[in-house]
Write a protein that binds this ligand. Sequence first.
Ligand code: MN
Ligand code: MN
Length: 296
Amino acid sequence: MDKEEKEKWLLAGKIGKEVRQYAVSLAVPGESLLDIARKTDEKIREYGAKPAFPINISINNIAAHDHPNIDDERKLKEGDIVKIDLGASIDGYLSDTAETVVVGGGSNKLVEASRDALNAVIGIIKPEMEIDVISETIEKTVRSYGFSPIVNLGGHGIKRFDLHAHDFIPNVNQHTGKRLIKEGVIAVEPFVTNGEGYVIDSSEVKILMLQKEKPVRDPSARKVLEYVKNEYNTLPFARRWIEERFGAMSNYAIKSLVSAGVLYEFHVLKEASGGLVTQFEHTFLFDEGKVIVTTY
Ligand code: MN
Ligand code: MN
């Protein structure tokens, strides 16, 4: 891997780690989701980076993709199980890292199971190893606690400006027979639940992404599309960021870009049976046969 490129991956990882720790420190009773999101956006910029994607602040049975809209009034409550999932972008070189906190302090077995599963992966991961072995390690660790891994969420490759590139890394052994890449970047993210073990889409959408550029006629939609291309490229962005920039016309513009197939919607994901969900995630860089956990 090119030396300059490697340095950018490492810097994105270091910033991701610092900002994750900062966001975790904000997750206290009474703090609003909107404040946490705005403060972490600000912190990432202070480090000279951009968000790789909008911070996911997902509470209890919500597994992922939750993010406050501009009018969100939710506050964290004592005992809430909150997944903080974020990343930094240095010129498109990304990190992706997550941690689960019990609001008000302490921990529990559900949190420990996902942390332990990720640590078990850190202990064995190598370039070009069988993906099934990673999946099996996560699955066994989680089941040893008496919980279930979430079968339809998992790790993934990362490329420049592409958060979900190449191989999917399932949290249960799906006997894919595939191997990890030799050189490059991946994320591993065990999701654990005391529910059924899979997530379903809710109707809510807080995060979107450019998926296919097309000519659009509506002037407000065109304005938003230009902004998205320049500001976020092919990385996910928050509905809130558009609302803060463009005000009242945002919802209409986003709606028409979605129906034209220009924008992709990330639905808020909920555990199917309403079970509680925990998650930890790190970004790994493989180079010259070595592994670096960039967000550790
Ligand atoms: Mn993530
Ligand atoms: Mn990820």
